[in-house]
Design a protein around this ligand. Structure first.
Ligand code: F6R
Length: 369
């Protein structure tokens, strides 16, 4: 089944352009989003949504965190992300304007299933974003939007993650159209950006050999930090999670703006720090703030590996390594920036002689609470 690949993870990382293309397929018709699975949610109901609560665990929760930025910007609905296991046990506020959106690759994660059941008991309407046809969570939800990433076998989630963001973006653009919150040309541009992602993912994958070399030099590293801002923040946390689970290395992801509120104390000479750099074509302010963060940690001896878009020269004087990603509109960068972080964790795991498909202590789907 590995079809010539040395591991399922390597195969699934390489399949990401197809995972995104297949999740989009058939859902953009004449420049508009079409999600027939959401027919049970009429336009009036979608206009009446006052708040979206996302329930998910692990990597799926980071897909939700990325989508929060997009859905709020496009559809002007507040979105909150809750870890499923926290949601259930804290009397969350659910009213008839609350839509509960669950995200799960397997569709069997017990924590998320229980959160969905609880939300329904409280009267919420529920939509599931799921990669597994006919799984339990979609069956327990009012509607399901499937990601079409294909079966994901490696324990670490990769292609399902990019497919989740894709499905959430389609949902967000659908919501924006129904609610009339986006000018038609802005909507059309966003759809075109999404459709361009598979080819750009292929280009991003082209950096994998360089990333592998980096991982091989760093096989003895004991701790790695990841910084990001805006949509790059959940990507920093995802990069850290991948490294923990695959290479058993201590890793933490931070919002770059939080550095001076504490984490900068961790920086000592030689500390590797990955920085997901926002595009200078987005908010110039955001870009320059992250570049100053890089200067601050570099001055304290950090070894900086920047993930930056093609042509961004501002990072060059301060970064020890720059991994390039193709140009994309700011909200779409996470789909590309995550790739080198996945590859880094996979290669480091391999450099340490570990089992990348089956890391210790982990199961592909967590069917106990
Ligand atoms: C990380 C990973 C886990 C899952 C989490 C949710 O690589 O695989 O963090 O993302 O257990 O699983 P699903 O999406 O099946 O609900």
């Amino acid at each position: 089944e590995k079809g010539g690949w040395s591991s399922f993870m390597r195969k699934e990382v390489a399949e990401q352009p197809d995972a995104v293309a297949n999740t989009i397929r058939g859902r953009i018709v004449d420049g508009e989003v079409r999600i027939p699975e959401l027919e049970s949610f009429g336009d009036d109901e979608l206009r009446g949504v006052r708040r979206i609560t996302v329930v998910a665990c692990g990597t799926a929760s980071y897909a939700g965190q990325v989508a929060k930025y997009a859905i709020e910007q496009w559809a002007r609905v507040p979105v909150e992300i809750e870890l499923s296991h926290e949601f259930r046990y804290r009397e969350p506020v659910i009213d008839d304007g609350t839509l509960v959106l669950s995200i799960s690759q397997s569709g069997e994660t017990m924590d998320t299933l229980m959160a969905v059941k609880y939300a329904r008991e409280q009267g919420a309407r529920t939509i599931s974003i799921c990669n597994t046809q006919g799984a339990t969570i979609p069956r327990e939800s009012d509607a399901v939007v499937y990601t079409h990433a294909g079966p994901e076998v490696a324990v670490a989630s990769t292609k399902a993650f990019v497919a989740q963001i894709t499905a959430l973006y389609l949902f967000g653009l659908h919501l924006a159209r129904v609610r009339g919150t986006l000018a038609p040309e802005v909507l059309a541009e966003a759809l075109a950006e999404l459709q361009a992602i598979p080819a750009k993912l292929q280009t991003a994958l082209g950096q994998s050999e360089r990333v592998a070399e980096l991982a091989h030099w760093m096989a003895d590293t004991r701790s790695v930090l990841f910084l990001g801002r805006h949509v790059g923040y959940p990507i920093a946390m995802e990069g850290a999670l991948k490294l923990k689970e695959l290479a058993y290395i201590h890793a933490e992801g931070f919002a770059a703006g939080e550095l001076k509120h504490g984490p900068i104390a961790l920086i000592e000479p030689g500390q590797p720090v990955f920085v997901v750099v926002p595009s200078p074509r987005g908010s110039a302010n955001l870009h320059s703030k992250v570049v100053s963060n890089i200067q601050e940690i570099r001055a304290r001896g950090a070894r900086v590996i920047a993930i930056a878009e093609d042509g961004d020269a501002a990072v060059l004087p301060y970064a020890d390594e720059v991994i390039r990603i193709p140009l994309a509109a700011p909200l779409f960068e996470p789909l590309l920036a995550v790739v080198p972080l996945q590859v880094f964790a996979m290669e480091l795991s391999q450099a340490k002689g570990l089992d990348v498909d089956q890391p210790r202590n982990l199961a592909k789907s967590v069917t106990v609470e």
